[in-house]
Design a protein around this ligand. Structure first.
Ligand code: HEM
Ligand code: HEM
Length: 202
């Protein structure tokens, strides 16, 4: 095979990889924005009610919908990286921190693991009790922070200050402010809303 044919094949493969990476990137940003919304709706769930002005059930449902959508998009982001034609991630590389890609990828892997634990702990809430479940679920703040660091380190859109990158940083700033405000104000009642609608008797 001539050198120029090899170069052509190399370029075609690199551009096939780039196509899959751009799908992965879109899914990653969709996942990021949905999970940011899940944190905001989660905070609203914890600090409500709002003197009857907003339906707490709708807020809880919103929280669940954003969380499920966000985790699904991020699942797609990871699957896309395992399907890259040239430099595919193996599943251990995609799911074990520091298996590939250093701190940039590891923050994404760790963030996702923490968020999945925070979300799935809901299934065992009655077995571990509401106090423990709440503590485990609050790890979602740390999971979100790790995920945000991954986006800052990995995204060309953030480095290049495109509108998506700037929007992502704005959302990170807004979620940070809301999280600080939430921690300065105790949950309005000991899990009253959760107890009523999620089978979490305190
Ligand atoms: C998919 C399953 C999930 C369920 C069923 C669920 C359910 C809940 C419930 C019932 C609360 C209110 C707790 C209370 O009243 O004290 C809550 C709070 C919260 N959730 Fe989720 N959640 C899920 C996933 C997530 C995910 C993926 C995130 C992060 C992106 C998240 C972030 C939060 C946050 C930040 C709070 C506020 C915690 C606090 O400050 O006390 N949740 N969630
Ligand atoms: C918390 C969940 C995650 C979110 C929200 C997320 C989101 C993102 C975003 C927005 C980018 C920037 C895309 C670009 O500018 O091209 C990115 C890059 C990247 N992510 Fe994630 N990610 C997450 C978890 C993971 C995991 C678990 C892996 C493991 C395979 C991973 C692997 C990568 C890689 C390799 C890149 C760099 C791609 C490139 O070369 O441009 N991410 N991620």
């Amino acid at each position: 095979m001539s050198t120029s044919t090899e170069a052509h094949i190399g370029l075609a493969a690199a551009s096939a990889d780039a196509d899959v990476i751009s799908v992965a990137s879109a899914l990653g940003f969709l996942g990021f924005f949905c999970l940011a919304a899940a944190v905001v709706w989660g905070i609203a769930t914890a600090v409500g009610p709002w003197a009857g002005r907003i339906d707490p059930d709708a807020v809880q449902l919103g929280h669940l919908a954003w969380a499920v959508a966000g985790l699904t998009f991020v699942g797609g982001h990871v699957v896309a990286h395992t399907l890259r034609p040239e430099e595919a991630f193996s599943w251990p590389e995609a799911l074990v921190p520091f298996a590939r890609g250093g701190i940039t990828v590891a923050t994404g892997v760790l963030g996702l693991l923490v968020l999945v634990i925070a979300a799935t702990s809901f299934v065992v809430r009655t077995r571990i009790g509401v106090q423990w479940w709440t503590a485990v679920h609050r790890a979602a703040y740390a999971g979100f922070a790790l995920m945000a660091l991954h986006v800052v380190l990995a995204a060309d859109e953030v480095a290049g200050l495109t509108w998506v990158g700037v929007a992502a940083m704005g959302v990170m700033a807004a979620v940070s402010v809301l999280s600080v405000l939430r921690w300065r104000r105790a949950a309005h009642r000991e899990h009253a809303i959760a107890a009523g609608n999620w089978g979490l008797d305190p």
